[in-house]
Design a protein around this ligand. Structure first.
Ligand code: ADE
Length: 420
């Protein structure tokens, strides 16, 4: 049977298989879930559309969903993050319809989402809510067939909560990002490591001794700030949230507004989820040779229109590095076209953290499939017990044992009569 697909080159599949299996070594929790799903078939016959970064880790999730019985279609959640050998392997080796090409233009990106929706999904899985957006704007005819969905990322959850508040959300969605075993690890240690990895792969520039500005001190920003400091940079944090700003100060970082950070920065990395965080006024004062990157979900955090308008020429000087030669003579360097630098210039988060994120996705898909009929059209979190179970399984896989409360301790924690 031919598998519907649009990928760069199916002959890349063998390399993709090797790399998917390499990632699987670091994904023991997902493997346990896959084995159970294979036995129990919790998604049997359920049509699913998954719009995710097409990486080796995502391939392991897709195989897990397929083994659970799902009739799955996969498309990319970012035009630059697809690993073409993985997309080929998903089609050729694992028989999963996949629509994803690294470097695809905007039109192809949306064409792929439409192709992944063609079988009329009952469940959706998003990373950034683009499938939800297309269903609600362009394919409302399919909406009544969808019983539920899951969402991976902070930015997507913000969008979905706004839709739910407006009464515009057409079906219930589980916010995977809200699980502790997702955001505390993927956002912090995953983004921390993979963002620095992307910057280093793209530039091969020494980080030690440089001034490294991190815009946003959420879980992702915390991770990047800590890893940049670990490599010897002088790290400056910019924030709009006073609590997060205080936390950055007490974590030992210098905190200043972006107008003061931009002129001294050797690097600026944005991780805020908002637009024009590096705006024209900041670009006007940056040092000659400064490097700018984004590790937030959308490519809207750096004002690229202004950067282009201020530039006489733009040229690609290395893979993932564009030199903007400004009219005033300065040169600024933009990594990964302002898209997620960890996925555009590196391979995204390491498998060991995606193991937990995708354990949440797999269990989230099962949970919503079972519970959808009794849920409202709003945003849900996975039950705390599922989060705890994933943490236990991860610790077990790492060979780490912990203590358990005694009955006496449990009683103490639930009583209000015990005093000093
Ligand atoms: N998001 C960040 N890193 C990722 C990865 N390795 N795979 C899929 N999605 C990701």
């Amino acid at each position: 049977m031919t598998v519907p697909s649009d990928v760069t080159n199916l002959s890349l599949a063998p390399a993709g298989v090797d790399r998917i299996q390499w990632a699987a070594r670091e994904m023991p929790v997902l493997k346990l879930i896959r084995d159970r799903f294979h036995r129990e078939q919790p998604l049997k016959g359920i049509r699913m559309t998954a719009c995710l970064h097409v990486t080796t880790e995502t391939a392991n999730l897709a195989i897990t969903l397929r083994d659970a019985g799902a009739d799955l279609r996969v498309c990319a959640s970012n035009p630059l993050s697809t690993q073409d050998d993985v997309a080929a392997a998903l089609v050729q080796e694992y028989g999963i319809p996949t629509f994803a090409i690294c470097g695809e233009d905007n039109e192809t990106y949306y064409k792929h989402i439409h192709q992944a929706l063609e079988h009329g999904p009952q469940l959706t899985m998003d990373d950034g809510a683009d499938v939800v957006a297309v269903l609600h704007k362009d394919r409302r005819d399919l909406l009544s067939g969808v019983v539920g969905g899951t969402e991976e990322t902070t930015t997507g959850v913000v969008r979905l909560r706004a839709m739910a508040a407006d009464g515009a959300l057409g079906y219930p969605i589980v916010a995977i990002n809200e699980s502790d075993t997702k955001h505390l690890f993927d956002n912090r240690y995953g983004t921390g490591q993979s963002t620095l990895d992307g910057i280093i792969r793209a530039t091969n520039v020494l980080i030690a001794g440089k001034t490294f500005v991190v815009a946003g001190y959420g879980w992702c920003g915390r991770g990047v700030a800590s890893r940049a400091r670990g490599l010897g940079a002088h790290v400056i944090v910019t924030e709009v949230d006073p609590v997060k700003a205080l936390e950055a100060v007490m974590d030992g970082f210098q905190v200043v507004p972006m107008v003061e950070a931009a002129p001294v920065a050797d690097f600026i990395v944005t991780l805020t989820g908002d637009i024009n965080v590096v705006d024209r006024a900041h670009l006007e004062t940056m040092k000659d040779g400064a490097i700018i990157a984004n590790s937030g979900h959308f490519d809207a955090e750096i004002n690229l229109k202004a950067l282009t308008a201020m530039s006489e020429t733009r040229r690609r000087v290395r893979d993932s590095v564009d030199e903007y030669h400004l009219e005033d003579g300065r040169k600024l360097y933009l990594l990964g076209e302002g898209r997620l630098v960890n996925l555009a210039a590196a391979e995204g988060h390491p498998a060991a953290v995606m193991d937990m994120s995708f354990a949440n996705q797999a269990l989230g898909a099962e949970w919503i499939a079972v519970n959808a009929h009794k849920l409202e059209k709003t945003v849900y979190e996975l039950p705390a017990a599922v989060d705890q179970e994933i943490a236990h399984l991860k610790l077990h896989a790492m060979g780490i044992r912990i203590d358990y409360l005694t009955e006496e301790q449990q009683r103490y924690l639930t009583s209000w009569q015990e005093g000093t």
